[in-house]
Design a protein around this ligand. Sequence first.
Ligand code: ATP
Ligand code: MG
Length: 563
Amino acid sequence: MTDSNNQDSKKSLHFLEQIIEEDIRHNPDVITRFPPEPNGYLHIGHAKSICINFGLAKKYNGTCNLRFDDTNPTKEDIEFVNSIKEDVQWLGFMWDKELYASDYFEQLYDWACLLIKKGLAYVCHMTAQEISEHRGTPTIPGKESPYRNRSVEENLDLFARMRNGEFKEGACMLRAKIDMSSPNMHMRDPIMYRIRYAHHHKTGNAWCIYPMYDYAHGQSDFIEGITHSLCTLEFEVHRPLYDWFLEHIAEPSQQVPKQREFARLNLNYTVMSKRKLLQLVEEKHVQGWDDPRMPTISGLRRRGYTPESIRNFVDKVGVSKRENIIDVALLEHCVREDLNKKVPRVMAVMKPLKLIITNYPEHEKETLYGISNPEDPDSPKRAIPFSREIYIEQTDFMEDAPKKFFRLTPGGEVRLKYAYIIKCEDVIKDAEGNIIELHCTYDPLSKSGSGTEESKRKVKATIHWVSCSHAHTAEVRLYDRLFMVENPLDAEEGDDFLTHLNPNSLHIGSAYIEPSIADVPPGYMCQFERTGYFCTDKDSTQNHLIFNRTVELRDTWTKEQNK
Ligand code: ATP
Ligand code: MG
């Protein structure tokens, strides 16, 4: 490799890669972890963390654990554990070990006792509210707890009694004894343990004291030998505390993990906090965690997103320390780009207008062949039946058309995709003047691909269609953004994010589809030509086909970029 090449590849490394490349010069181990709390389903933001943690481990021949940060029994559930495992695998990653912070409860307890013995932790009887009142503000130092200076023996005894269930919830907590006047609020005697009489999905009723995130997280990293503990920027201010615990728990000779922070992924027109997503589910604003309008991995999957499209999206977003909001149009662009390469084309008509080809023999039908995917020369051809009566989209015909309307007009011509050039001869209306039928003629020599002069004749538009007698019907679910504003949380005071919900985020309609897809299984993906990408829903059956619209064909992202 030449010097300039070397520099180029260095430049293109993101800051976490640069840190790791520096670190592995001294120690080749790279062990990361993805540490979700099982209190909800994963969302697209988590996909970024997954791609970073698993991706870096893979790139540097290391390993990545899946660790459930299950220290808060009241909000956690095995349903969430299972969905998280499914989503990580679906995204294309496999963990080295499946681990649970709750498996470390005994060790964490012992280390808490160690801190007490070192005079670095104490049992405090103030209420949560008193503690927060004593904490001060970033500019005003906090006040010390009256319980701060009790003896080691007394603290050990009280902490053991906390564990034994001798106190009520909220009666006392274990706090680290650090510095009530630290400019970093997280260092002002943070809570390490609180009492919770709750059933834990793994430890059952074995414990009634549970460690706080800040105490459990770094120590779990340490137990697992994590080398790079990668998390989002909001934890940057927790880092001194992360380091403080390890400094006092690990032996000086032991290697401790280092926390590094990167910017969260934010997306417009949606919310991404699990708490908010849970509210949407519980209050039935959506049909579940995997509702195709949700920004969850399972929602995107059900909507027809591919793992590749999500990984590409995360890649394009990049890794940095700068917070920003990503346009959802970029996510849509990524799925379009991927599906364009992969999925077959089919014809479906959603707002049908009947069209009769008057010079086509009454009972005749023929089979035409369409290429499944023009992006993939090896894709098989599909058979498309053609006959005298077909459906076209209402929007492909206009009676009094402006000049720029190139589709079908009275007396005008269009090509029927894979078929013939037709000419509109007559517009049939009902008594109220509504158009109910078009009468057209076709040019039998103009068949697509037949090689005749007529087949090469240029007409202004090619439209899609389905043969009436061969068409099958399907339910189609057209999704729009879940929220009407870019940032539903950036609301006026007292303004609830729910008021920004889009009342028209789901439109259920129907379509006539070509018979080649009449019996596809759930999860089948295709492009409805000229319309968008669709996939069959998990509830779709052969008797009742249901297609979800993944994304429209129209690409607003590319348009914006080319402006
Ligand atoms: P939420 O705020 O949505 O509930 P969380 O941070 O509480 O998310 P965790 O289950 O604790 O969710 O997150 C697991 C990992 O995923 C953490 O390391 C966290 O930093 C990361 N993560 C969460 N949200 C995002 C996001 N929007 N972008 C990137 N990483 C994220
Ligand atoms: Mg969390």
